[in-house]
Design a protein around this ligand. Structure first.
Ligand code: FDA
Length: 306
């Protein structure tokens, strides 16, 4: 039953008609629990509040289903605006974005050109940009783009690797010479067993494996998980291997396990929260429901309240 609900929400997340309609609705169905707001001001306010609690942020201007060059360029403009507003407001946040948002499905060159514009702006603002990892179909090309940008001399960019993919352990090895700041996650998309571990226990095991490997190589890791067992394991591992606190950070999503976020920050760990904003909230919200169908309860309540 739970798996069926997960699949259902992932299916809904890809519904373009609902995505388009939702842009006009404003945040609905309890989405404001996971999305900071629709305007950049909403987003900056949310970051300022987190910063006040000793928590850093990474801002994501939400964008799905980009089909035209104009839409891709507009998305890139929003990313640049976000970087400038972060600097102007003096808040502590970097930027996360997706390759499809910048036109990857239209052309790789368009996406790379947009990335260059964004990374130049980030450099001018003394900031860092994280490329989120999307589904398997975009995995290799995302890594290719990252390597191309690094070869061009950009050093303010990193990406995400997903523990559910068989290939990820090899990717950790392949990327090691670049000493990248990588965000490590379990993986949020529905992938076939040909490319990804179907069993959660195997994903969790591989997650620990890639975290340990990346840290032992001496590289910076952003451990992005709400799983307390994983977090506990990482705390113990860094202690045993004398890995300094400035070689890793914990990351969680806006609105999820907020007490645990605060606890880690209070314990002196670097804690960063992923703060999504914008009117294109629907797909992101559906993916969060897919991760935890139990969240549907509060969605129902918020629908009744309206
Ligand atoms: P798991 O799914 O095992 O959850 C552990 C516990 O956390 C649950 O029991 C529950 O208590 C809580 N929890 C998890 N999800 C919840 C939710 N939606 N609502 C309420 N509680 C929840 N994925 C990807 O493919 N590409 C990417 O670029 C990113 N980027 C990213 C950034 C950040 C900062 C985070 C935290 C996560 C991502 N992810 C991602 C998503 C990631 O792959 C994964 O789907 C989620 O983090 C859920 O996995 P957990 O590690 O939290 O463990």
């Amino acid at each position: 039953m739970e798996q069926a609900l997960r699949d259902f929400f992932l299916f809904l997340s890809k519904n373009q008609t609902a995505n388009t309609a939702a842009k006009k609705w404003g945040l609905r169905f309890g989405a404001s629990r996971f999305v900071a707001g629709v305007t950049i001001q909403d987003a900056i306010d949310a970051v300022r509040e987190l910063n006040g609690k000793g928590i850093l942020a990474t801002l994501d201007h939400l964008g799905e289903f980009v089909f035209t060059e104009a839409e891709a360029n507009e998305s890139a403009d929003y990313c640049m605006l976000t970087l400038k507003e972060i600097q102007k407001a003096g808040v502590k946040s970097n930027l996360s974005l997706k390759m499809t948002q910048l036109g990857l499905d239209i052309s790789k060159d368009l996406c790379v050109a947009n990335m260059r514009r964004i990374l130049d702006t980030a450099k001018a603002c003394n900031n860092f940009v994280r490329i989120d990892m999307e589904d398997y179909a975009h995995n290799e090309v995302t890594l290719d783009i990252l390597k191309q940008l690094i070869a061009e001399g950009y050093d303010n960019v990193g990406t995400v690797l997903q523990a559910y993919l068989y290939k990820t352990e090899q990717d950790i090895d392949d990327l090691n010479p670049h000493h990248l700041n990588l965000r490590l996650v379990k993986g949020a998309y529905k992938e076939p067993k040909e490319v990804a571990f179907p069993e959660k226990a195997d994903v969790d095991r591989n997650y620990i494996k890639i975290i340990e490997k990346h840290l032992k190589y001496g590289n910076y890791a952003a451990i992005a998980s709400h799983d307390e067992a994983i977090i506990k394991h990482v705390k113990q591992f860094v202690k045993t291997h004398n890995i300094p606190k400035n070689q890793f950070e914990f990351q969680m999503l806006y609105g999820i396990r907020t007490q645990l976020q605060q606890q880690l920050a209070n314990e002196g760990y670097t804690m960063r929260v992923y703060v999504p904003y914008g009117n294109d909230w629907y797909g992101y919200f559906m993916r969060r429901l897919a991760e935890r169908p139990a969240n549907v309860g509060f969605v129902m309540k918020s629908m009744v309240k309206k």
